[in-house]
Design a protein around this ligand. Structure first.
Ligand SMILES: CCCCCCCCCCCCCCCCC/C=C/C(=O)SCCNC(=O)CCNC(=O)[C@H](O)C(C)(C)COP(=O)(O)OP(=O)(O)OC[C@H]1O[C@@H](n2cnc3c(N)ncnc32)[C@H](O)[C@@H]1OP(=O)(O)O
Ligand SMILES: Cc1cc2nc3c(=O)[nH]c(=O)nc-3n(C[C@H](O)[C@H](O)[C@H](O)COP(=O)(O)OP(=O)(O)OC[C@H]3O[C@@H](n4cnc5c(N)ncnc54)[C@H](O)[C@@H]3O)c2cc1C
Length: 672
């Protein structure tokens, strides 16, 4: 069978309604239609062409991004796109740009931390892009430790101004995207000092460049921090360095929703918790979880289509085997396909949680803020780590051709992998989750009932009485055959028991230390494992919740069920040590879980291509010869090779200089 015939043949085997699945994936019919329209708009406009990025030098790359970002803005205005449409347009343009930080961090920081008055002043300018902003928090010396930032904002009551200053080299702002060459303004995070007293880190709106000629304002030094990992990739972004030499700003440019500074330099705390200063990060972490499913599904789409097209080794009748039919390939690929769907649904749920906490905050209800912080931090960490690893696994699943830029995977990896670091290093974020869990466990004895994502800890209070070794969990009696693993309550109970037992065991170990902080530091590696178990439980439980909804479309729910159990059973297999050592399941039950997993792979196999088609990605967005919708891989790969600049001439530059003299010299030597 020719390459172009394989994928249509695969599609003919589909056992579910792909169009209905497209709507489930998008979230609603409306979201699907918007997304589909924006994807086509971008794909059909030559201005958004992106297939030459890996061949461009830094300056060209950056200028190209300026052109695309400003053109996209022009189209947004011309077509009067809604915020939702504009967001999808930016997504399909698929090129990191200063606008991401302007819309994604600068605007949300003002909205979340500015007073009404400040919002009225700055937001209209930002919405029209009459000013362009970035988020300047991280410094050369500190990123994770926000309280350790060194930039100072000292109040001068005589002039009613703050003096922003970089006292040391390590206080230079370092990393903010959009800062290096574009932003006119920044929300700068600095230590507030009034009347000689320190009041912690706060955000300040600072103008950096002239709105007339774009030159840095007096006292300000700015530049780009240099090339980053991978050709093309994140090098479209001007991540910058910034120092202040006693730069003065008016008092009303401190974002004052959390704390007000009066003209006398007195600090007045509002009823809003201090942690709201970190609110922009919570917002962005939530968007990063939704983005993880996009990046992962893109890599999986490429690897799945290519695995169907690619044949290796013969069978008896002479037709070689499609590599997707190898069980080892399925065992590596299908859990990633399942994760893409799992992250999609947990991303939807997290968006709901974020909206809920935002509404509560507006009504002065701060009770769910710690949980929102733990969920956004933990899920950001879990999903980005898994996605970065998965993109690399997809590259390997595509064999040698996966290493070619034409596969789209090297660039995707290079653009994606910093997500494990930005918006909080993934380990640092898991430690936040662990703190939250340990606090929750420590309060169980006092009768405080945990709610939301930690409610399950309340159901296992008996574990607090050192009864970890006692097998109290019902699963032990409920699983006697492989199919028993397909019961939602059983699966949930297994993940809850594993996480609860890990949390309780860690809490008990912490209790052995005289100083809890010493204990936390000593046991931090174990604590991170408990945090991962808790986050995996959230993902599994939200996928199971999704299955409880009414899901229209022939066979759609069945496919989602298969994927949900693949996601959960694969995790169970990978973390078997946790499940066995906490006594949640027996070795025999673990073996049954594996049998069930293999059976699910066989059920997914005929639907694999349709399950990635349901992502509805255009070839433009995928940017991969291996992942083409038509499966016409080899002719296009061959064609692509000839586009490389090295193939512009038959003889390479340098032939006369290096190759010819070398060959002549060898000829001369051999004659001797
Ligand atoms: C019209 C066009 C439309 C176009 C649309 C375009 C849309 C664009 C989409 C957006 C895309 C965005 C692109 C993103 C690109 C990435 C850019 C990257 C940016 C960055 O990286 S910004 C910098 C991020 N930095 C960090 O994340 C630093 C990490 N560190 C921290 O967050 C914290 O310092 C900490 C969590 C490690 C805490 O440290 P510490 O222990 O010192 O804590 P504190 O003493 O400060 O506080 C302790 C208590 O506070 C709680 N806490 C901590 N953080 C939070 C929080 N965020 N929220 C709520 N509560 C928080 C702790 O739990 C402690 O609580 P306790 O009860 O006292 O235990
Ligand atoms: C592409 C990119 C874009 C960025 N954009 C922005 C931006 O727009 N604005 C902005 O302000 N910042 C930005 N950043 C900075 C980013 O937020 C920080 O790099 C990030 O928060 C990590 O902090 P760090 O660099 O200080 O890492 P570090 O904290 O120095 O981490 C180094 C190592 O130490 C470990 N570690 C640190 N603390 C602990 C601890 N307490 N316990 C155990 N291990 C620990 C970490 O796990 C890691 O392995 C960006 C970064 C990147 C890569």
């Amino acid at each position: 069978m020719e390459g172009v015939d394989i994928l249509p043949h695969e599609r003919s085997k589909t056992q579910f309604d792909v169009d209905a699945m497209k709507i489930v994936w998008a979230g609603s019919r409306h979201a699907f239609e918007v997304s589909d329209r924006m994807a086509r708009l971008v794909a059909s406009d030559p201005a958004f062409q992106k297939d030459n990025r890996s061949r461009l030098g830094r300056k060209e790359l950056f200028k190209n991004t300026l052109r695309k970002a400003t053109y996209a803005w022009k189209r947004i205005l011309e077509l009067r796109l809604t915020e939702e449409e504009a967001g999808r347009l930016r997504f399909f343009v698929d090129e990191p740009a200063f606008t991401d930080l302007h819309w994604g961090m600068f605007v949300p920081a003002i909205k979340g931390q500015g007073t009404e008055e400040q919002q009225q002043k700055w937001l209209p300018l930002a919405y029209k892009m009459q000013i362009i902003g970035c988020y300047a928090q991280t410094e050369l010396g500190h990123g994770s430790n926000v309280q350790g930032l060194e930039t100072t904002a000292t109040f001068d009551p005589d002039k009613d101004e703050f003096v922003i200053h970089s006292p040391t080299l390590t206080s230079s702002k370092w990393w903010p995207g959009g800062l290096g060459k574009v932003s006119t303004h920044a929300v700068v995070y600095a230590r507030l000092i009034t009347n000689g007293e320190e009041h912690g880190v706060h955000g300040f709106i600072v103008q950096l460049r002239s709105l007339d000629d774009h030159m840095p304002l007096p006292g300000i030094t700015i530049g780009d921090i240099g090339m980053k990992f991978g050709n093309g990739a994140y090098n479209t972004m001007d991540n910058g360095v910034l120092t202040f030499d006693h730069v003065r700003i008016p008092r009303n440019q401190m974002l004052m929703r959390v704390l007000q500074v009066t003209s006398e330099g007195k600090c007045v705390q509002s009823n809003v918790p201090r942690q709201l200063i970190y609110g922009t990060m919570v917002f962005v972490r939530q968007t990063i979880v939704a983005d993880a499913s996009s990046a992962l599904s893109r890599a999986v789409c490429i690897a799945t289509r290519y695995s169907a097209v690619r044949r290796q080794f013969g069978s008896q009748d002479g037709v070689e085997t499609q590599v997707i039919d190898y069980k080892t390939q399925q065992n590596r690929l299908f859990p990633l396909l399942a994760s893409a769907y799992a992250f999609r649904f947990v991303g939807e749920w997290l968006k709901w949680l974020y909206t809920d906490v935002t509404q509560r905050l507006q009504a002065n209800d701060f009770s769910t803020l710690p949980e929102a912080h733990a969920c956004t931090a933990g899920l950001k960490s879990l999903t980005t780590t898994a996605t970065a690893d998965a993109i690399e696994e997809c590259r390997k699943l595509c064999g040698g051709h996966g290493y070619l830029c034409a596969s789209g995977l090297p660039e995707l990896f290079a653009v994606y992998v910093p997500a494990c670091t930005y918006e909080g290093d993934n380990v640092v974020l898991l430690l936040q989750v662990a703190r939250f869990l340990m606090k929750t466990v420590s309060q169980l004895g006092s009768g405080k009932k945990p709610i939301g994502t930690t409610a399950y800890l309340g159901r296992v209070q008996d574990l607090m009485q050192c009864r970890c070794e006692v097998q109290t969990v019902g699963i032990i009696y409920s699983i006697n055959a492989a199919e028993d693993w397909l019961k939602p309550s059983v699966m949930l109970e297994a993940f809850e028991a594993r996480s609860a037992r890990m949390c309780v065991a860690r809490a008990q170990n912490l209790g052995k230390f005289a100083n809890p902080e010493d204990g936390f530091a000593e046991l931090s590696a174990d604590l991170v494992e408990a945090a991962v178990a808790h986050c995996q439980l959230i993902v599994v439980s939200k996928f199971l919740d999704k299955l409880q909804q009414d899901i229209p479309g022939n066979g759609v729910k069945q496919q989602l069920q298969n994927l949900c159990y693949i996601y959960a059973l694969n995790l169970l297999h990978k973390h078997l040590g946790d499940f066995l050592s906490t006594g949640c399941i027996t070795p025999k039950q673990a073996s049954l879980a594996n049998d069930q997993l293999r059976s699910l792979y066989s059920q997914v196999r005929p639907n694999a291509i349709a399950l990635v088609d349901a992502f509805n990605y255009t070839d433009h967005y995928l940017g991969s010869v291996l992942g083409r919708y038509d499966g016409n891989v080899y002719p296009k790969l061959y064609e692509e090779a000839w586009k490389d600049p090295l193939n512009d001439s038959v003889l390479p530059d340098g032939y006369n200089e290096y190759i010819r003299p070398l060959l002549k010299q060898q000829l001369h030597n051999s004659r001797l």
